[in-house]
Design a protein around this ligand. Structure first.
Ligand code: SF4
Ligand code: SF4
Length: 234
């Protein structure tokens, strides 16, 4: 079999350990992005830094009008993050979050409210101090039951909170971008908690990115968790 040569060939042949329905949607989104804009260096960069995946996820979110949500401003149990990872974000999201938080270095942060809260959180108002730069995982995480969110934040399983499908499509798009650019360009992911902590602790942007960068295996692990969650839901 001949090796794929063009970016669209590489994307067409790319595989990702995700739910097939979601992987297919992500691939169609990436193919549309590349064919409509052309395989320029800028397009390659947008695949590499996750901007393309982020765009696909946000378009998916904008098309949804989920009903019955309990979410409201100042309700922040979902910003209490488990472990020091806090969730998977792209390089473009990591840079945007860093730039939003760096000017706030040294101020009280979410951890002054709860030790495991996201450092982006305002401890008094419990609102996100980087709202416009919040990553896809924050935009897609919703709940029908705030008490369930509270229990999840305390480490107990509960029905109600979860991530909307566009988050899973975004993840698959990152994985497909990585597969298509293999050997030519790094497609890295980052830990939300570590990035935000480094930004508010006054680290330089490069140091924050280095501290927060995931091992490559973390994206595959997150994709497998996504596939498992979607399989349970269907
Ligand atoms: S996900 Fe839960 S904790 Fe977060 S805003 Fe919605 S109801 Fe509140
Ligand atoms: S970035 Fe903002 S919305 Fe996301 S977990 Fe942190 S405080 Fe919450």
């Amino acid at each position: 079999m001949s090796k794929p040569t063009t970016l669209t060939d590489k994307l067409a042949k790319a595989r990702v350990p995700s739910h097939p329905h979601v992987a297919d949607r992500a691939k169609r989104g990436l193919m549309a992005f590349v064919t409509s804009t052309g395989a320029s260096a800028e397009v390659v960069q947008q695949l590499a830094d996750g901007s393309a995946a982020q765009g696909i996820g946000r378009i998916g979110l904008s098309a949804l009008t989920p009903g019955g949500l309990a979410c409201q401003r100042g309700c922040a149990f979902c910003c209490i993050l488990s472990g020091e990872d806090g969730g998977t974000i792209t390089e473009a999201e990591a840079v945007a979050l860093y730039d939003a938080l760096a000017p706030l270095a040294g101020a009280a942060d979410g951890r002054d409210w709860h030790p495991d809260a996201c450092p982006s959180l305002d401890p008094d108002t419990r609102t996100c101090r980087a709202y416009d730069a919040r990553p896809m995982i924050c935009r897609a995480y919703v709940s029908t039951d705030v008490e369930a969110c509270k229990r999840v934040a305390e480490g107990e399983p509960a029905d109600g909170p979860g991530t909307l499908e566009p988050y899973h499509t975004y993840l698959a798009a990152i994985g497909l971008s990585r597969a298509a650019l293999k050997g030519t360009k790094r497609v890295a992911t980052y830990a939300l908690s570590r990035l935000a902590a480094a930004a508010v602790e006054g680290e330089t942007r490069d140091a924050a990115l280095n501290k927060a960068r995931h091992a490559p295996s973390e994206l595959d692990a997150e994709l497998r968790r996504s596939k498992r969650d979607l399989s349970r839901a269907t």
